[in-house]
Design a protein around this ligand. Structure first.
Ligand SMILES: Cc1cc2nc3c(=O)[nH]c(=O)nc-3n(C[C@H](O)[C@H](O)[C@H](O)COP(=O)(O)O)c2cc1C
Length: 356
């Protein structure tokens, strides 16, 4: 019998050939936001490797939205050309190209991981960061983030809109909005980072307002027959923070607004978070959101084995399974999983001799 992992999933007009999704992963390899051959080979090899959906790394909607100076960007039309080459290659491999649009907020302006992941001062190529409130991530940062005023909020919303327009032109077929990991949307959602007293802070309804306005702006450009995902952190793993119950409430509202799937991650908001890492440590959150908000979910986080992924689908905890680090170790993970689960899937013709 065919596995669930290799069963197709249709969302709106798009059919994913299997439930294996490559989780968005920053490559810190762009110059001025431009994609290059690294991104083509990285994403392309995972498409040839058999994943049904490839979600491109957090792609910045403006220069100041980048985590590091080397993040991918989609803030100008010139960015589109190379991105189009990438989406066309992914499609040629019978996979679906997705993009994650992001704004890093107060976590922006840091050096790339292999240069220390340190806050960049203004004299080191860094830039003024923005946030829901002027609270830094670490106490000892060289400058405070600026709390966005109304005009700044409108600018971010409008940047998400134009970035979406470009993403459509570049050929992406799945859109994911990054509302997780302590980046700007999450900074508005959580009371630990949002102490605003205007209509964007305080009550749950106020804290989710920014996210809902961004989703509406994205939907004004994103074709209504293509899937729209939102990645959330289901919990801050910190007292007084955003929690799984609020995640369910937000997911219900997002569903009502036309969002198709919640990609359920966790954490990343505050440096004092206490995460209990173990295999599948976030899967129960995906299950909770799926069951209580009646929306499709993606499960992610320390999922590394075919049977583990199959069990997540079998027990109805999620609809998609996302792989990040395991897929860095092995771009052909889906091909290997199909062999293990005895699924007769189509391999790239060039690789067929390795199938047996
Ligand atoms: C190198 C690297 C870059 C990442 N970049 C992103 C990103 O751009 N957007 C995002 O939502 N998560 C990002 N993540 C988190 C992953 O998508 C994933 O949620 C996390 O690694 C847990 O999954 P795993 O245990 O399969 O690696 C990144 C993870 C890694 C290892």
């Amino acid at each position: 019998m065919a596995s669930l992992l290799f069963s197709p999933l249709t969302i709106k007009n798009i059919t994913l050939k299997n439930r294996i999704t490559i989780s968005p992963m920053c490559q810190y390899s762009a110059i001025e936001g431009f994609a290059n051959d690294w991104h083509l080979v990285h994403l392309g090899s995972r498409a040839s490797g058999g994943a049904g959906l490839i979600i491109q790394e957090a792609t910045a909607i403006s220069p100041e939205a980048r985590i590091s100076p080397s993040d991918l960007g989609i803030w100008k039309d010139e960015h589109i050309q190379k991105l189009k080459t990438i989406t066309e290659y992914i499609v040629s491999q019978n996979s679906i190209p997705g993009i994650q649009l992001a704004h890093a907020g107060r976590k922006a302006s840091v050096s790339i991981p292999w240069e220390g992941n340190k806050k960049l001062g203004f004299d080191q190529g860094g830039w003024q960061t923005v946030a829901a409130s002027a609270i830094p991530y670490h106490d000892n940062e060289p400058f405070l983030p600026e709390a966005l005023d109304k005009k700044g909020i409108q600018k971010v919303i409008s940047d998400f809109k134009t970035a979406t327009k470009r993403a459509v032109e570049a050929g992406y077929q799945v859109m994911e909005i990054h509302g997780a990991h302590g980046y700007l949307l999450h900074q508005f959602l959580s009371p630990l980072t949002n102490i605003r007293t205007d209509e964007y802070g305080g009550s749950f309804e106020n804290r989710i307002r920014f996210t809902l306005e961004i989703i509406a702006a994205v939907q004004s450009e994103w074709p209504s027959d293509l899937p729209l995902f939102v990645r959330i952190s289901a919990t801050d793993w910190a007292e007084g923070g955003w929690n799984p119950e609020e995640s369910v409430k937000l997911s219900e509202i997002l569903k009502e607004k036309g969002v198709d799937l919640i990609d359920v991650s966790s954490g990343g908001l505050v440096s004092h978070q206490k995460i209990e890492l173990k295999p599948g440590y976030q899967v129960s959150f995906a299950e909770k959101v799926k069951k209580e908000a009646s929306i499709l979910t993606g499960a992610v986080g320390l999922i590394t084995e075919a049977k583990q992924a199959e069990a997540i689908l079998e027990t109805g905890q999620a609809d998609l399974v996302l792989f990040a680090r395991a897929s860095l170790r092995n771009p052909n993970l889906p091909l290997d999983f199909a062999r293990e689960l005895n699924d007769d899937i189509q391999w790239p013709k060039q690789y067929e001799r390795a199938k047996i």
